[in-house]
Structures are given as structure tokens and as C-alpha cells.
Design a protein around this ligand. Structure first.
Ligand SMILES: Cc1cc2nc3c(=O)[nH]c(=O)nc-3n(C[C@H](O)[C@H](O)[C@H](O)COP(=O)(O)OP(=O)(O)OC[C@H]3O[C@@H](n4cnc5c(N)ncnc54)[C@H](O)[C@@H]3O)c2cc1C
Length: 549
């Protein structure tokens, strides 16, 4: 008898083929269509290149960078304070690849129509492979409009921010060709309420924009503390003011910027988030004294847009994995993606994913055309609407996608647990859900033309009676201002769904727009997989399934 035959306990069957090394752009029909629609056709080969990287080496690096969390090293072996955060090499690979491909810089260095859409598409691919590194990448990208307010500082910093070189060394910027930028606003007593900041700025000599000050105080959250500089807020005699705080002083000595500890976070593990103290840190004033919030909001508006990109990306990656699994997994002798109830779930997830992408890309288009005042108003409103809605939808959607994969979706060898852990942060940071909804009310009531811009965009329903009725309902909801704060989430949700329905109708794929409108406007199931009868689920599932294996 051959004993080896007993060592072979079983043959592995009924498991999907690997998705390793897949080009995430080529399998993503909606991304191809939406990026073309909004003017990024010229960047297709760049996006395609990034799709191959994201599905290949960056995906692998993403696992390593999250298995090996950053470590805070306060002192060197001789007892000198160094305030270093050490990252796994995979994190640096993620950062380097993104910076070299222009993720933090493209729309600023090549500001042609479609540049914001193209960058959003690449960022969408990057975040599918690894989202934590997206934090310093987006802050670096977003710092540009705020820094431009202070031309003397911009002249020094922008060439290095926009250089496609990544240099993670803990040295002054005179030694670096490329730098990254962070943002530190939140203090212990108030994150939303930044006006309660107690950090104080003291002038070194002359006062006013561009002048040097010293900061004394703290920040309760400061992500990516190895960035080369941070935009931060501190009080002066004239109120809350924005400052640029470099890690090193111009003479290359360390600035008085002390990391206290790293946060032990639910997710977002590859990215370090810290608590910091400033004990006389040398800073330069950015923008007008006392106008810190309007100055830093130039940065925050962009990071909020990137929360839309990031949450859309997490949902897309979850959908890709779930659709792929179900296309190859049989239960009861039948492939899951052909079983009616699973088709209902997968198609519903596909609708959520595509609607999120549509709104995100439409927002990218608005950023590409800000010189058009209508687009400016649209961007002002939809930054808050989209940040709220898309980020809120992501955790439940990803949970459902993981469940489509059964037990495998709960196991760290798949990316699903990481996507799920990552999802909630986008709705919390950069202004939490309620804050976005209150900002929607502020934009609509205080900024001239925003309400008209919304209803111009929505039009008359684009030939769809259900959307037309939704718009009528929305107009009535805005006319009645009683209890409007109490109703702000419902109003924001209704705006988001109306806009998504309109964009999907405009795109002309009837299975997608009909499915979305039938389930989000006409009927309302409370969990995914409750699409009403008549939705073309087969077409939706096929559209979202990677064609491999
Ligand atoms: C992982 C991580 C990294 C972060 N990194 C940074 C960083 O790099 N830099 C930085 O500055 N900050 C950072 N933050 C902080 C983040 O931006 C804040 O936590 C966030 O803005 C909320 O502020 P808070 O924690 O003080 O909550 P609070 O302001 O106390 O808010 C608590 C809740 O109240 C709600 N709320 C507030 N006002 C109202 C109102 N008027 N009506 C109804 N509800 C209201 C909010 O929506 C929220 O849900 C980070 C946070 C996390 C989780």
C-alpha cells in the first residue's frame, strides 16, 4: 500500500482563481466610461499604467504595509529626542509610486480640463490597493490651494510639493527635492469646533501674513507626522489663524514639534496618526491674521473630495472581490452569481458603487471647471453632499460584499477585512457626518446661487417621472425651513440620490439608471439585496465582474 496516498487529504476545488496581478483599470468598465465622460480621455494611458500597478505591486505592498504598522521612536540610542515614525518599506513603495505618478500634483502641474478627473481616477485605483497612504498623499495635494494664498511661502514650498520625487528622510527641506504636507487642526477640546483651539502663536518679530511666529500648544490628531510641514491653526490677538509649521527649521535643526504618541486606531493601520505638542515651534503665517478657517478650508475642501474618491474606491474593490468570488463559487451545484437572491445582492452593490463613482467623477469635473461660476457653486455644495453620502454608504456596502464571500470575506488573507476597517474613517475625519449636513444647509442658505445651481443640475427629471417627482419633493422640502437642522441628513441624502439618479440617466446605460431609480427613488429596501422586480440584475452583475479565469 502507498501510504502517501493518505497524506493527500483533499483536492482544492470550488475556489475562485487568483486576482493577483490584475490591471484594476482594465477590469473597471464604469471607471473607464466615467473618466472619459468627464474629460480625462487624454490621460487614459497614465490611468491604465496605474491600474496595472495598483492591481499588482501596490496591492502586494498594501498587505505588507498594514501587517507592519508604523512604530514611533521618541529617542535615539544616545537619548536624543528624534520623534521618528518608522514605516515598513512597503509603505514607502506605495508613497514613492504615487508621488512619481503625480497623484499629489497632476492637476496643479498640468491643469488642463480633465486633470482633476484623471488624478481622481488614479487615486481611486491607488486606494483600492492601499488606502492609508492616501492620507499624506491627499493632504499634500490639498495643501496647494491654501499655500497659494501666501505667495512668498508658496515660492519656497510649491516646487518641492509638486516635484514627483518622494524623499522620506528626516532632514530639512534644503536637502530634499520633494516634500509631503500634513494638516493639524483638531485639539482635545474640539475638532469640529476649531474655534475653541487654545494653541497660541507669538510673533518672533514683525507681525502679519508671511511673518515668523512661535507656537505653544498641542494637537490631538496629527496624521502622517513624518510630513515635512503641516498647515495648522493657532490663536493670535486677532483670532484663529493659519500657519505653516515645518518639521525642521531653516538651519536644518529640528523644530519644536514633539510627537507624544501614535493613536491605536480601528483601521487605517499603514498610516500613522499622532498626538503632538508645539513648544515654541517656528511657523509662518499663511493668509490673513484671524482668517485661519477660510484659509485652511481651501485645503479641507480638497481632502473632503478625496474622502469621496477614497470611499468610492473601497466600495469598488469590495465589489470586485465579491463579484469575482461569486462568479466562481458554486453552492448547491449552481454558481452563486447565477442564483437569483445573490444576483439581487450583487446588482445592488454594483449600483451603489457606480452611483458613488458617478458623483465623485462629476465633482472632479466641477473642480476642472471652477472658472465657470455654476461649476464653482456645484463644487461648493457637492463637496459636502458627496462627502457625507458616499462615506456613509461605504461601511454597510463593504460588509455586505464581504458576506457575499462567506467566511473568506472575514479572513485577513482577503482584502475585505481591511476595506471594512478602513471605511468609517472617511466619514469621521475632515468633518464628520452631521458637520457635512450642516455645511450643506450653510451653502444653500448663505451662498448666493447654490440652490439654483443644484436645481439647474437636476433639471426636470431627464424624462424620468420618478426623478421628476423626487425633484418636486426636494424643492418643497427646501421651501419649508422649520426644523431644517433636524432634517439636514434627510435633505442631504435626498440631494445625493437625486444627483446620482440624474448622472446615471445622463450616462445612458438603462440597466444602471433604471436599477438605481427603481430601488433608491421608487422603492426603499433597508439592506442591500432588496432590489424590486424588473431590475436587469444579470447585466449589472456582468458589468461589475472582472473577466478572469
Ligand atoms: C484616524 C484619524 C486621523 C485624523 N487625522 C487628523 C489630522 O491629521 N489632522 C486633524 O486636524 N484632525 C485629524 N483627525 C480628527 C478629525 O478630523 C476629528 O476627529 C473630526 O473632525 C471630529 O472632531 P472631534 O473628534 O473633536 O469630534 P466632535 O467635534 O466632538 O464631534 C462629535 C460628533 O458631533 C457631531 N457634531 C458636531 N457639531 C454638531 C452640531 N452642531 N450638530 C450636530 N452634531 C454635531 C460631529 O459630526 C461628530 O459626529 C483625525 C481623526 C481620525 C479618526
Amino acid at each position: 500500500m502507498n501510504l502517501h496516498q493518505f497524506a493527500e487529504t483533499h483536492e482544492v476545488t470550488n475556489q475562485p482563481p487568483s486576482l493577483d496581478g490584475i490591471n484594476l483599470y482594465r477590469i473597471d468598465l464604469p471607471l473607464q466610461e466615467w473618466s472619459h465622460r468627464y474629460g480625462a480621455g487624454w490621460a487614459q494611458s497614465r490611468i491604465d499604467t496605474y491600474g496595472a500597478l495598483a492591481g499588482g505591486p501596490l496591492m502586494a505592498a498594501g498587505f505588507l504595509a498594514n501587517q507592519n504598522k508604523p512604530v514611533f521612536v521618541s529617542h535615539d540610542r544616545y537619548g536624543n529626542r528624534i520623534d521618528l515614525v518608522e514605516f515598513h518599506p512597503a509603505y514607502h513603495e506605495l508613497m514613492r509610486t504615487a508621488v512619481e505618478h503625480g497623484l499629489p500634483s497632476l492637476p496643479w502641474t498640468d491643469p488642463q480640463p480633465g486633470a482633476h478627473v484623471a488624478r481622481a481616477a488614479m487615486s481611486y485605483l491607488h486606494s483600492q490597493a492601499e488606502a492609508g497612504s492616501g492620507c499624506p498623499l491627499t493632504m499634500t495635494f490639498a495643501s496647494v490651494p491654501a499655500l497659494k494664498i501666501q505667495p512668498d511661502l508658496a515660492e519656497i514650498w510649491l516646487p518641492k510639493i509638486l516635484a514627483t520625487e518622494y524623499d522620506p528622510r528626516n532632514v530639512g527641506i534644503s536637502h530634499k527635492a520633494g516634500v509631503t504636507i500634513g494638516m493639524a487642526m483638531t485639539e482635545k477640546q474640539g475638532g469640529t469646533d476649531v474655534r475653541a483651539n487654545t494653541t497660541r502663536a507669538y510673533p518672533v518679530g514683525a507681525t502679519g501674513p508671511g511673518q515668523a511666529y512661535e507656537l505653544v500648544g498641542h494637537k490631538w490628531f496629527c496624521s502622517a507626522p513624518m510630513c515635512d510641514a503641516f498647515l495648522t491653526l493657532a490663536q493670535t490677538d486677532k483670532g484663529l489663524t493659519c500657519f505653516l509649521l515645518p518639521r525642521h527649521r531653516p538651519d536644518d535643526s529640528r523644530n519644536q514639534f514633539y510627537v507624544q504618541r501614535l493613536k491605536n486606531k480601528l483601521g487605517n493601520w499603514s498610516n500613522a496618526s499622532s498626538e503632538v505638542e508645539f513648544r515654541g515651534a517656528l511657523v509662518w503665517m499663511v493668509g490673513e491674521e484671524g482668517r485661519g478657517v477660510p484659509t485652511i478650508i481651501e485645503m479641507v475642501a480638497m481632502t473632503r473630495f478625496d474622502c469621496m474618491v477614497g470611499s468610492s474606491a473601497l466600495m469598488r474593490q469590495a465589489l470586485t472581490q465579491a463579484a469575482h468570488h461569486c462568479a466562481h463559487r458554486s453552492v448547491g451545484g449552481r454558481v452563486l452569481s447565477e442564483q437569483p437572491l445573490m444576483q439581487n445582492v450583487l446588482a445592488d452593490l454594483a449600483l451603489e458603487s457606480e452611483a458613488a463613482l458617478a458623483l465623485t467623477m462629476r465633482m472632479g469635473r466641477a473642480l476642472d471647471h471652477l472658472q465657470d461660476s455654476q461649476e464653482g457653486r456645484f463644487a461648493r455644495l457637492v463637496t459636502a453632499v458627496g462627502k457625507y453620502w458616499i462615506c456613509k454608504r461605504a461601511p454597510a456596502m463593504i460588509n455586505e460584499a464581504a458576506e457575499c464571500m462567506g467566511g473568506a470575506g472575514y479572513v485577513e488573507e482577503t482584502i475585505l477585512p481591511r476595506l471594512y476597517r478602513e471605511a468609517p474613517v472617511n466619514s469621521t475625519w475632515e468633518g464628520s457626518g452631521n458637520v457635512q449636513c450642516l455645511d450643506v444647509l450653510r451653502a444653500l442658505s448663505k451662498e448666493p446661487g447654490v440652490l439654483d445651481a443644484l436645481f439647474d443640475e437636476l433639471g426636470d427629471g431627464h424624462g424620468d417621472k420618478r426623478l421628476a417627482a423626487h425633484i418636486v419633493h426636494l424643492k418643497a422640502a427646501f421651501k419649508d425651513t422649520t426644523d431644517i437642522q433636524y432634517r439636514a441628513r434627510q435633505l442631504t441624502e435626498d440631494i445625493a440620490i437625486g444627483l446620482q439618479a440624474k448622472l446615471l440617466l445622463e450616462a445612458g446605460n438603462a440597466s444602471v439608471s433604471d436599477g438605481f431609480i427603481a430601488s433608491r427613488l421608487a422603492a426603499s429596501g433597508r439592506v442591500y439585496g432588496t432590489l424590486p422586480r424588473g431590475v436587469d440584475v444579470e447585466a449589472l452583475v456582468a458589468r461589475s465582474s472582472p473577466q478572469v479565469g
